[in-house]
Design a protein. Structure first.
Length: 189
């Protein structure tokens, strides 16, 4: 008489498969997407006149396809970019090669010097996303540091710690974030 081959119960296989699935879901790491946390301005109205900006008030940053920086026409370094942007925007000694300042009366701050500077960022189509994000982070950090310094000077606390919206609005008016991004193109190597 021939012996029957024992069958493996199907229910325990389903349990094992489920446990393996849970194991791989728990132990697998997933990359976190990087992004830019900046609110884009609304599109301009059709009848909006484009403001005339003096050459002095434009800080030019170019990123080529090899992820190299050209800052104000000279080779630049990502480690120096934050300091250079802060110096350009702040211009405490009113130097002619940095942005001009306009005296404004702002509620809760009094009379302050407001920069008329604009950061112009242009990159090559071949620029890596990682380098683009690094530059964006340095630009954001420069403006954040300037806002923190003003908030500490006027209110004795960092910009992020301010709870009154009117104080936040005052600091935002005193240090406007003016970053202009041109359409990517082939800017060279």
């Amino acid at each position: 008489m021939a012996r029957k081959t024992p069958e493996i119960p199907g229910s325990s296989l389903a349990d094992i498969a489920f446990l393996l699935l849970i194991f791989f879901l728990v132990t697998t790491t997933m990359d976190i997407d990087m992004g830019i946390t900046r609110k884009l301005p609304p599109p301009p109205k059709e009848d909006t006149e484009i403001p005339d900006i003096k050459e002095r008030n434009v800080f030019k940053i170019l990123i080529n396809k090899n992820d190299r920086l050209l800052v104000e026409g000279k080779p630049g370094n990502i480690r120096d970019l934050r300091r250079q942007v802060k110096e350009f925007i702040d211009n405490p000694y009113n130097r002619e090669n940095l942005s001009s300042q306009k005296t404004k009366q702002i509620k809760n701050l009094g009379t302050v010097e407001v920069s008329e500077g604009v950061i112009s960022l242009k990159n090559d189509r071949g620029t890596s996303y990682e380098m683009y994000i690094k530059v964006q982070n340095e630009l954001a950090a420069a403006f954040n540091e300037l806002k923190n310094e003003l908030a500490m000077q006027k209110f004795g606390m960092k910009y992020d710690e301010i709870s009154k919206q009117e104080y936040i609005n005052a600091v935002d008016k005193a240090i406007p974030v003016a970053i202009s991004e041109a359409e990517p193109e082939n800017v060279g190597g």
